[in-house]
Design a binder for this molecule. Sequence first.
Ligand code: 13P
Length: 252
Amino acid sequence: MRHPFIAGNWKMHKTVHEAVVYVKEFRSLVKDIEDVEIVLAPTFTAIHACAEAARNSKVGIAGQNLHWEKQGAFTGEIGAPMVREAGADYVLIGHSERRQYFGETDQSVNRKLGAALGAGLIAIVCVGETLDERERNQTLAVLDRQIKDGFDGITGDQIAGLVVAYEPVWAIGTGRTATSALAQEVHAHIRQRLRQWFGAPAADQCHVIYGGSVKPENTKELLAQPDVDGALVGGASLDIKNFFEIVNRSRG
Ligand code: 13P
């Protein structure tokens, strides 16, 4: 049985101070919630302070990106062991904004995934088609490529422990959510591919979560789908009440 997995991606929002104030309040709001895995992804500069503020609570902290090398002459980049040492237990990899604006490819996703696993981070690997790809009926082919290339060389056991976030690019920050039926159809396809390529434990244990304009009002319906195991929330996670409401409504 997969418990709901709810992550807030703050993107390039919140100062260290704002982030810590949020985490301190949020940890007390969720202190009695045992059945949901809750994660927040602040900016790199706020990871350490947020991890300290979240210590011994129900809230896990994620990085939003990392570099595939542990260290070296890569100005402006951060290695997986550094993200881990700063206090993150999780990391986002291959977010569509990274693919769109920063040249992320399935190959770099694959290298970053290897680095994350090597550092003991739980990876949240993002996949999803653009509007153009959807309109050209390429959604499933794009996802197949992102999964096949992104997970190349990764074992079924490793995949069982990670999270796949399906984020249709056309639904991110647009207010245009995928219908729950569409999300279910794509999630079921992803799970079927995981089963086919990486075995039953990978397919059964891996969390496949949905992202793209998730808000309190659509959480229950999305999470009611058998293959939607949680949500990756952008805009609505910036507001503590909204995010708490999403966590609450994700519970059975
Ligand atoms: P929104 O929830 O703002 O659409 O963002 C989704 C997202 O990109 C989460 O990673």
